[in-house]
Design a protein around this ligand. Structure first.
Ligand SMILES: NC(=O)C1=CN([C@@H]2O[C@H](COP(=O)(O)OP(=O)(O)OC[C@H]3O[C@@H](n4cnc5c(N)ncnc54)[C@H](OP(=O)(O)O)[C@@H]3O)[C@@H](O)[C@H]2O)C=CC1
Ligand SMILES: CC(=O)[C@@H](O)[C@H](O)COP(=O)(O)O
Ligand SMILES: [Mn+2]
Length: 380
């Protein structure tokens, strides 16, 4: 039995991970963590019987304790709780699927404790990749990508350890507003932005896909996972989301991973790497698929992507500003406090105001996050 813990078990990736666990039957879930959805957590506890469960919200944790008092499970709270789950002694792989840079400290502590990381939580790598990747190397642990594009790149790199990457071709759906111009986006409502053309995902990443900030975060994520400069990562809009990403080698050969849009494949690949296992679900049918399209991203309209390249190229604390500003601005948009186009205006404003720190420590990253939040709050 493989032993895992999951941060963000009640979310889109977390629940799909538990489906993979259920379908395979040979993975033991020792720890779970979530924010506040205790009704789903109770169901998960009853089905998977973890030893330790972290709930961010203290009141909800107290309610959950009462609900599961008939079971042998310890409930912990807050950041200490998240970390306790992340470093559980018997856990081999920690799947990180919390949303946002809240995942940094648990991920760092898990690596220090020698756990392999199946990483969906891209914001952690975007902001702290310069700490996480060398630490993982030092500790001899693997960072296994779960994000679909990075899993595709990782799969396309298998058997090519001796060959250097000429270019990464990172595919993008283009989101629900592909082909639109700034003036078309003036009155976009939350419901419009939450309609992703191909993927069913959590709310924050769905908004990020619509602004193409998701692709920007993924460019920086690729920089850290695959050790390439951001300018070697070319974004290719592939509206059908059939080609999940590609690697071009020095001889011009391009190797890609294709499939239906189903996150269970990258999740399962990360959990069983390097083995492939049977996965139920739809297969690509080339006779019925229709045509595949390819486009250049419109970085004038979706200039959050251009800002991400700038942040990734500059490095230091600027990617933290890019990410933190986006996290808060997306939250405000989802709460209907700001207009859609303000998301990117806020990111740019925060980036322009920031004095970059070249090689920030963990504390400096968290201070930069707090300063960015304070700047955004002072706008109103
Ligand atoms: N969904 C997808 O298909 C993909 C997602 N990703 C990445 O994976 C990550 C998760 O995304 P997704 O599953 O869509 O997000 P969701 O919003 O669906 O889920 C987020 C999860 O994190 C939990 N959570 C939130 N805040 C805290 C906290 N403070 N402490 C503990 N748990 C917390 C939530 O708990 P609760 O429900 O109780 O609030 C929930 O379990 C993101 O970084 C995203 O970018 C990457 C590729 C694809
Ligand atoms: C499923 C996944 O990995 C998401 O990050 C997805 O790729 C979002 O799609 P776009 O950002 O390309 O619209
Ligand atoms: Mn992705």
């Amino acid at each position: 039995m493989k032993k895992i813990a999951i941060l963000g078990s009640t979310g889109s990736i977390g629940t799909q991970t538990l489906e993979v666990v259920r379908e395979n039957g040979d993975i033991e879930v020792l720890g779970l963590a979530a924010g506040s959805n205790i009704s789903l957590l109770e169901e998960q506890i009853r089905e998977f019987q973890p030893k330790l469960v972290a709930v961010w919200d203290e009141k909800k944790a107290a309610e959950l304790k009462i609900k599961v008092q008939d079971l042998d499970v310890k409930i912990v709270t807050g950041m200490d709780g998240l970390i306790e789950v992340s470093v559980m002694e018997e856990v081999e792989i920690l799947l990180t699927a919390v949303v946002g840079m809240i995942g940094i400290r648990p991920t760092v502590e898990a690596i220090k404790a020698g756990k392999d990381i199946a990483l969906a939580n891209k914001e952690t790598l975007v902001t702290a990749g310069h700490i996480i990747m060398p630490l993982a190397k030092e500790m001899g642990v693997s960072i296994l990508p779960v994000d679909s594009e990075h899993s595709a790149i990782f799969q396309s790199l298998q058997g090519n350890k001796m060959n250097s990457i000429h270019k990464i071709l990172l595919t993008a759906s283009g989101g629900p507003f592909r082909g639109k111009k700034q003036e078309d986006l003036l009155n976009i409502q939350v419901e419009d932005a939450l309609k992703h053309p191909n993927w069913a995902m959590g709310r924050k990443i769905t908004i990020d896909s619509s602004t193409m900030v998701n692709k920007g975060l993924e460019v920086i994520e690729a920089k850290w996972l695959f050790g390439v400069e951001v300018d070697k990562v070319q974004v290719v809009v592939q509206p059908q989301s059939v080609i999940h990403s590609m690697v071009e080698y020095e001889d011009g050969a391009i190797i890609a991973q294709l499939g239906t849009p189903d996150m269970k494949l990258p999740i399962q690949y990360a959990l069983y790497y390097p083995k492939r296992r049977y996965l139920p679900g739809d297969r690509l049918d080339f006779w019925r698929m229709g045509k595949l399209d390819f486009e250049k991203p419109d970085m004038d309209t979706f200039y959050g992507l251009a800002l991400a390249y700038e942040a990734g190229r500059t490095g230091g604390s600027l990617p933290t500003v890019f990410n933190a500003a986006n996290e808060m601005a997306v939250g405000q948009f989802l709460n209907r406090e700001i207009k859609y186009l303000e998301i990117i205006e806020i990111i740019e404003d925060c980036m322009r105001a920031h004095k970059n720190i070249e090689n920030p420590t963990l504390d400096q990253i968290l201070e930069t996050e707090a300063e960015t939040y304070a700047r955004i709050k002072s706008r109103r």
